[in-house]
Design a protein around this ligand. Structure first.
Ligand SMILES: [Fe+2]
Ligand SMILES: [Fe+2]
Length: 169
């Protein structure tokens, strides 16, 4: 609960530094940068800090750190700016936590305000993966599409690190 409250506080007070901007420009190709900047400020901030944490974790693991970094920066691009604000995300978290079956059914309809935000909440990994496939980032798309899966193969180190970094941010 404390972690969720801290995440909420960080989301509403998020702002990017010049270093953050340069990091995105250095590590993402131009088409992917567009997707990154299409997220809300809160999600850009979140994605950057997931990437920083992931790269720290990767120092003690054998993995493709460039693929991991790009996947971390892009893992939530399925949540474009305006599709779900910080308050709506909090509502989705509460409803999905309290009424998981009801929330999933409503999310599938994608029809109306609550259904729409639940759709983004549950399906942003697949939405983001489709966006990445369209610009030829198939390896990143594969990782992004599974970033909220509960069961992950041991062998997919980049995905496991991304999930750990995501949960810490
Ligand atoms: Fe996500
Ligand atoms: Fe995330």
């Amino acid at each position: 609960m404390t972690g969720r409250l801290y995440q909420f506080y960080r989301a509403v007070t998020a702002s990017l530094t010049e270093h953050d901007r340069q990091y995105v420009e250095k590590y993402l190709p131009a088409e992917a940068q567009k997707l990154f900047w299409n997220m809300s400020t809160a999600d850009r901030y979140h994605a950057l800090h997931v990437a920083y944490t992931a790269i720290e974790i990767a120092k003690s693991e054998k993995c493709d750190s460039d693929l991991l970094r790009r996947s971390a920066l892009l893992h939530d691009v399925g949540r474009t700016d305006g599709s779900m604000n910080v308050w709506e995300k909090s509502i989705a978290v509460i409803i999905a936590g309290c009424f998981p079956e009801f929330a999933r059914k409503l999310a599938q309809k994608n029809n109306g305000w609550l259904s729409g935000i639940l759709h983004i909440y549950f399906f942003h990994p697949q939405i983001g993966a489709e966006m990445l496939e369209k610009i030829g980032m198939n390896k990143e798309a594969e990782i992004v599409s599974h970033h909220h899966d509960h069961v992950v193969p041991e062998s997919n180190i980049e995905l496991r690190i991304l999930q750990q970094a995501d949960s810490e941010n």
